[in-house]
Design a protein around this ligand. Sequence first.
Ligand SMILES: Cc1cc2nc3c(=O)[nH]c(=O)nc-3n(C[C@H](O)[C@H](O)[C@H](O)COP(=O)(O)OP(=O)(O)OC[C@H]3O[C@@H](n4cnc5c(N)ncnc54)[C@H](O)[C@@H]3O)c2cc1C
Length: 498
Amino acid sequence: MAEKKKVAIIGAGISGLTAGIYALKAGFDAEIYERNASVGGLCTGWYRKGSYIDGCIHWLTESNRGVLNKLWREIGAIDENTTIFHYDIYNQACMGDTTVNFYTDPAKLEKELLSFADGENDRRLVKKFVKGVRICKHNALTGGKPFHLWNAWNKFRFICKILPIIGVVRNYSKLSTREFVAQLKSPALKYTFSNTLVPDEYSLFSLMSTFGGLAHRNSGTPIGGSKAMVERIKDKFLSLGGKLTLRADVESIDIENEKACGLTTSDGQCIKADYVIAACDVHFTLDKLLKGKYHIEQIDDRDSNKKHHPTYSMMLLSYRTKKDLSKIVHNRYVKCPTFNVLGDDVDVIYLKHFGYDKTIMHDGYTIVQAIVTTTESMFDKLAAMPREEYAEFKKQLSETITDRIQQTEGDRYGELELLDVATPLTFTHYVNTYKGTFMTYMLTPNIKQMILRNDILPVKNLALANHWLMVPGGVPIAVMQGKFAAMTIAYNDKHQKD
Ligand SMILES: Cc1cc2nc3c(=O)[nH]c(=O)nc-3n(C[C@H](O)[C@H](O)[C@H](O)COP(=O)(O)OP(=O)(O)OC[C@H]3O[C@@H](n4cnc5c(N)ncnc54)[C@H](O)[C@@H]3O)c2cc1C
């Protein structure tokens, strides 16, 4: 029997693990090399004082049905034992004494939003928004095969899938949520739409589509959290015969005659492979693993035009509390007295707690997180700080945020004990992500969508697999691109001349 060809995969995030699973299914040997001591990449969780801190999934797109759901099940992210939690109120927008509930049920949402409308125009806009949410039963994602391998049948099926939402896409993908907010009169509605789970620079369609998933009970959260989910994917990969090497920091992709032939780790190990899949940040792959020898025009264009293609990240503070939070809403955007973060004024804190998931409570403690959105320039300032200054910054930021939570929320969360402070720099240190972002470029209206081929680089036997291949990134894109990278390699292996 002919020996199986080996695929070496760099990174055990969602895209790397998925690529590994589909490479094995396509008949290759697959080994993943991961720099950290555990799998998951940006989709992970960690422990402090025994308490589990989740660092990813707020909602899982197509958690219950659809093409992505098939993918989640194929890679083991969801199995017959996985319970999916669905929110009744996804988030609350709180401004002084005013609280607006963003219900996931469209009828309740409409009633709630209309009760804050100021005038006929507000009422009309609210109704349009909720109508869009109702229509967005499906999203525009597809998990079948790489776009460059689509045939007429694939295109036809995709058109059928998006046909019901085409009107919403046409009407609202060119309008940002910020522009929509400018049309509203009610301060409460303005605040509510400016502070949702999707940045307000994104198109209103993105917001409708996200709430569409929640409204149709198809964007729940897996009980057990992100870490348990990636461990299930890892188990699936290993059960199919995959090999995983942790703490393997890859330094370069080895290329001979414009053909990838393996990789070298920072401790000098050279690993031979027939194919290489780079399943880590595309900037890192280009700049470090390929030593700046290759460029991707679409990436260069975006990086040289940051006004239109910004990225964003967050400060993520995690606390624990003994108070029973199971009955209070899990996500809140709270208006607080203004404070300054690295030159930018901030007056809203996003608070999230995990009281819905008893399986991750430890010793009676529930985790509460405070999130402040950050810009690229904040990342640059953090990256330039000497170590002591950075430590002092984190200390002061935590004191300020803790103080603001107490001022605005009183005893809502009980006594909060700070366990962990993650900044955009933390994300970069952990997974080599560009500018600390945990997504990719923002999906602002009037920009051209970026979808990169997995084999875009002029190097044979090398494929890219990462959420950076398609704006705006996120777990669904990572899983799709992991599968597509393995399929691209399998296709090229069959059709390549040498
Ligand atoms: C707090 C937070 C909340 C989020 N919430 C959501 C959400 O609700 N919904 C959603 O869709 N997405 C969410 N995301 C984003 C999501 O986690 C990412 O889009 C996704 O996990 C990206 O997966 P990836 O495999 O493409 O990349 P990565 O996760 O970046 O994986 C790359 C892997 O490569 C490894 N690596 C890097 N360099 C090397 C090297 N030199 N050698 C070896 N290994 C290397 C890294 O350690 C990592 O494991 C969130 C992220 C964060 C941090």
